[in-house]
Design a protein around this ligand. Structure first.
Ligand code: NAG
Ligand code: NAG
Ligand code: NAG
Ligand code: NAG
Ligand code: NAG
Length: 325
């Protein structure tokens, strides 16, 4: 599904810019784009991201506006990706398999959203397709993604009920050696000093799983952990990435600070939070640009984008959502 330029290109970028800041990347980009080997790394300048739908949340069943629908995507994810220069096409659970596979052959990356709504089986199909079809896909997501690769499946996750909290991230490796944080240079340590990653989850993972779960640690590297608020205090996995694939995962929700303003949600809207959280969409969409697939010309993409579907505005924690039959 989500395919990327090539494994080699990813590897080159990673090794040649291991400690470069975002602005070093910009300079490299400018240099490459005027040079003879221009844009070797860039497969598209019009990235389209597939976002996986979830089944309706229980609160939605009480709202008659949802009566005709089965699946949804939160607008917060869509806005967050669009602000980084991407367009969004929904990957709808109820679609025929050939329709989903066709979309996966055209999008540049796939995002698995967080939330309580389920997409375990459909998401696994998408995940395996991304892996198999292209052997290179940019994927972002978390709980489902780890369960697809773990020795234990879903049991790799444990219950860590956390309604809503902004937490710090403690790095377990030098962030400048990671893919996900390296653009930030030493500024990545702002994540350790500020409680700006928004967490709201029933399931999470004990960092020790990376010592015991062979398939999990073969696919993903643990890069950061957070601590549950006191009195719980247990460590949880905060961020992971794959060496081999352009697959990234965060337990926290980087799409929320720019978009979710409900009072009881403990989202941190400070300027440092906005800057640090939008970093993830910029990085993700940047990676998606390596992929050479195309969704077609403007007219064809316009016919497929998520704005063709109904948007329902609510004052629930999920805010505004696109809905699907
Ligand atoms: C998927 O299959 C259905 C029924 O066989 C067909 O009508 C449709 O055109 C196919 N869609 C794509 C995108 O291949
Ligand atoms: C690890 O992954 C391989 C390949 O997918 C699978 O065959 C094996 O059963 C997995 N190991 C465990 C303990 O689940
Ligand atoms: C958000 O984070 C900033 C930076 O650490 C902090 O100064 C501020 O108090 C936080 N705001 C809330 C509402 O937690
Ligand atoms: C972040 O949260 C922890 C735990 O509640 C607290 O001890 C710390 O002072 C907070 N940091 C900032 C910068 O607000
Ligand atoms: C876009 O693609 C469609 C389908 O291939 C084609 O019919 C249409 O003419 C194209 N539009 C432009 C402006 O090239």
């Amino acid at each position: 599904m989500v395919a990327l330029a090539s494994a080699l290109a990813v590897l080159l970028l990673t090794t040649s810019t291991a400690s470069a800041s975002k602005f070093e990347h910009f300079k490299q980009y400018l240099h490459n784009s005027v040079g003879a080997s221009s844009r070797q790394w860039e497969g598209t300048q019009e990235p389209v991201i597939g976002v996986v739908t979830q089944t309706l949340e229980k609160e939605m069943n009480d709202d008659p506006r949802f009566a005709d629908y089965k699946y949804y995507i939160m607008q917060s994810y869509v806005d967050w990706l669009q602000a980084a220069g991407a367009r969004v096409v929904p990957l709808i659970q109820g679609d025929l398999q050939n329709v989903t596979m066709d979309k996966l052959s055209k999008v540049n990356a796939v995002l698995f959203p967080g939330g309580d709504g389920d997409y375990l089986a459909f998401g696994k199909e998408v995940f395996e397709a991304v892996k198999a079809i292209n052997d290179q896909g940019t994927c972002m997501g978390y709980e489902n993604m780890v369960s697809y690769v773990s020795d234990e499946g879903w049991d790799v996750l444990s219950v860590y009920d956390l309604d809503s909290a902004s937490l710090a991230v403690e790095f377990v490796v030098d962030p400048q050696t990671t893919k996900l944080y390296q653009w930030l240079g030493a500024e990545a340590y702002l994540f350790e000093d500020h409680n700006v990653t928004y967490n709201s989850h029933h399931w999470s993972m004990n960092p020790d799983k990376f010592k015991t779960d062979k398939n999990l640690s073969a696919m993903f590297t643990l890069t950061g952990i957070s601590y549950m608020p006191e009195p719980d205090g247990r460590p949880i996995v905060a961020s992971i990435e794959s060496e081999k694939y352009p697959f990234f995962g965060t337990q926290f929700h980087p799409e929320k600070p720019t978009r979710i303003f409900k009072e009881d949600q403990a989202v941190n809207h400070s300027w440092v939070s906005i800057q640090l959280n939008t970093h993830f969409s910029q990085y993700f969409v940047y990676q998606a640009r390596r992929n050479t697939q195309s969704y077609g010309n403007y007219t064809e993409v316009q016919a497929a984008i998520i704005q063709n579907y109904e948007l329902i505005v609510t004052d629930e924690w999920y805010d505004s959502v696109y809905v699907f039959k």
